[in-house]
Design a protein around this ligand. Structure first.
Ligand SMILES: [Zn+2]
Length: 513
């Protein structure tokens, strides 16, 4: 039986025999690109002058994320072209060392050649619906790195709380980071990340080859910002930080030049704090009722010769994207924010759901728009297993229906929205092992016909996850039968009546999935 490595390597050849596991020895002449890999292996590295296993890092010519791992009688060799490849080789070696130590066996003799299918492999965490401190954020970054993911998408602004400190707009956190209660529980809830917190998380992630992508969701999902600066809304308020979940009609006023200045200021601060290539500008679930009645928004539509409110959203998103670009970065937006033909072509779409019958996301991707796949029906980690079982997540091919240009797909990302996730136990139960399944798809999958093999490897991966402090959902519960599944869906439905759920249940009822 092959060693149980997750994500499954592209090519794995085993040879008969093994070598005894001893501390591995710090190589005398590791290239600088191997520094992060060495730190990841630190716990397995022996004392000086001890007898151990020889470890060599060798630079080769290959893609930055690919690597080769050879375990022979004379020791362990890691080949890579650059830092990420060495880091991923170290992640694979960590799994093998852990399995050998646990089984009391040796390291199997083998050769692995490995490289990812997609260059973008992400996990999204919503720190707004419930706030979690940076220790929890760092723990999740660590776990993402163990899955060879390279993006941590951090959802930092919402109706229910603004979570990132701004020097230019201090009331965003003074007022916007706290809500009076959550769904009538009478318990105040709040918190935010200081600029130093953000720098700490970004550095921690970079050490693990993970880019942190901040999200400032606009023009909707901004009630917390409006509570702090009511003049940025169409009606002028007053507004309160939302204490319930759903979609709110008050959004940023697209006709107000102060809003453009606000975007320049806040996005500028965000771009300065996050050194990565991307900034997420949201765009989802922005009702247009206020814009239809707002004289300033209507004046903007006339002055800019726009066709209507959907065009106005594209106009505002384009302004936000230009700000991001002026800082040398690329904007990402949720695909339902693309309801006009005038959205700038450079904005990356994050495909989460299709509206109506017209497959707009596919059309956009076929037209060349770069796309991240987060199909809510397969990759939303907040849904119960009765709706999104592990088998369903694992079997999903991100090169989705209607797609003619698969090269538009940058990669995959699974989001955890935290409306009903308030503690670490719930995070872990929802995220693992479905994120593990998506990670394998992003790296080498899909292996849809090999689900049984994935479950076999997963049973070995569980103790590894647990050794990193994670408590995944029990394997016996991740593929519930129809009865248990329906019960879970009904319970979830009972507390989460929103548009996503209505769409989901409609799809389930009509068999359109
Ligand atoms: Zn307005």
């Amino acid at each position: 039986m092959d060693p149980a490595i997750i994500p499954k390597p592209r090519s794995l050849v085993t040879h008969t025999g093994s070598i005894p596991v001893r501390p591995i020895l710090r190589p005398a002449d590791a290239p600088v690109e191997a520094a992060a890999a060495l730190r990841a292996l630190e716990p397995a590295i022996g004392e000086e002058n001890s007898v151990g296993l020889s470890l060599e890092f060798l630079r080769g010519q290959c893609d930055p994320e690919s690597y080769r791992l050879v375990i022979g009688h004379d020791g362990v060799r890691l080949y890579a072209g650059d830092e990420p490849g060495f880091f991923y080789a170290a992640q694979t070696l960590r799994q093998l060392l852990f399995a050998a130590a646990r089984a009391g066996s040796g390291l199997p003799l083998l050769e692995i050649e490995d490289s990812p299918r997609f260059s973008y492999r992400g996990f999204m965490f919503d720190s707004c619906r419930h706030f979690f401190g940076i220790d929890e954020v760092k723990r999740l970054v660590d776990l993402a790195a163990a899955h060879k993911l390279n993006v941590f998408h951090w959802h930092l602004t919402e109706d229910q709380g603004w979570r990132i400190e701004s020097l230019l707009y201090p009331r965003l956190t003074e007022l916007g980071s706290r809500r009076g209660e959550t769904r009538g529980d009478g318990i105040p809830h709040g918190g935010f990340y200081s600029r130093d917190d953000v720098r700490e998380v970004v550095a921690y992630a970079a050490e693990r080859r993970i880019e942190v992508i901040p999200e400032f969701d606009l023009p909707g999902h901004v009630t917390a910002a409006l509570a702090a600066y009511p003049q940025l809304g169409c009606t002028g308020g007053p507004y309160e930080v939302a204490t319930r979940f759903g979609i709110w009609e008050d959004i940023l006023c697209a006709g107000n030049d102060d809003v453009l200045e606000f975007l320049r200021g806040v996005l500028g601060e965000i771009c300065e704090l996050f050194p990565g290539r991307y900034v997420h500008i949201g765009g989802d679930e922005a009702p247009k009722a206020r814009w239809r009645e707002c004289p300033r928004c209507q004046a903007r539509i006339r002055d800019e010769n726009l066709a209507g409110e959907e065009d106005l959203q594209a106009w505002l998103m384009n302004r936000a994207a230009e700000i991001v670009e002026s800082h040398g970065k690329t904007a990402i937006a949720w695909n339902d924010g693309i309801s006009s033909d005038h959205l700038a072509s450079g904005i990356v779409q994050q495909f989460w759901m299709e509206r109506g019958e017209a497959p707009r996301a596919a059309r956009e991707a076929n037209g060349g728009r770069r796309t991240i796949v987060s199909d809510y029906y397969h990759y939303y980690l907040d849904y119960p297993y009765g709706m999104t079982s592990l088998a369903k997540t694992y079997g999903y091919d991100p090169v989705f229906e209607g797609l003619e240009r698969p090269e538009s797909i940058l990669g995959v990302e699974a989001p955890l929205w935290t409306e009903y996730v308030a503690d670490r136990e719930s995070i872990d139960r929802q995220v693992f092992p479905r994120l593990t399944a998506m990670a394998e798809t992003g790296w080498s999958g899909p292996h849809a016909s090999a689900y049984a093999d994935f479950r076999r490897r997963l049973s070995h991966f569980y103790p590894y996850l647990e050794s990193m402090g994670a408590s995944p959902e029990a394997l016996g519960k991740v593929d519930p039968g129809p009865l248990a599944g329906r019960w879970q869906v009904a319970r979830f439905w009972g507390r989460a009546v929103d548009r996503k759920m209505i769409a989901t249940l409609w799809k389930m009822a009509t068999g359109r999935h």
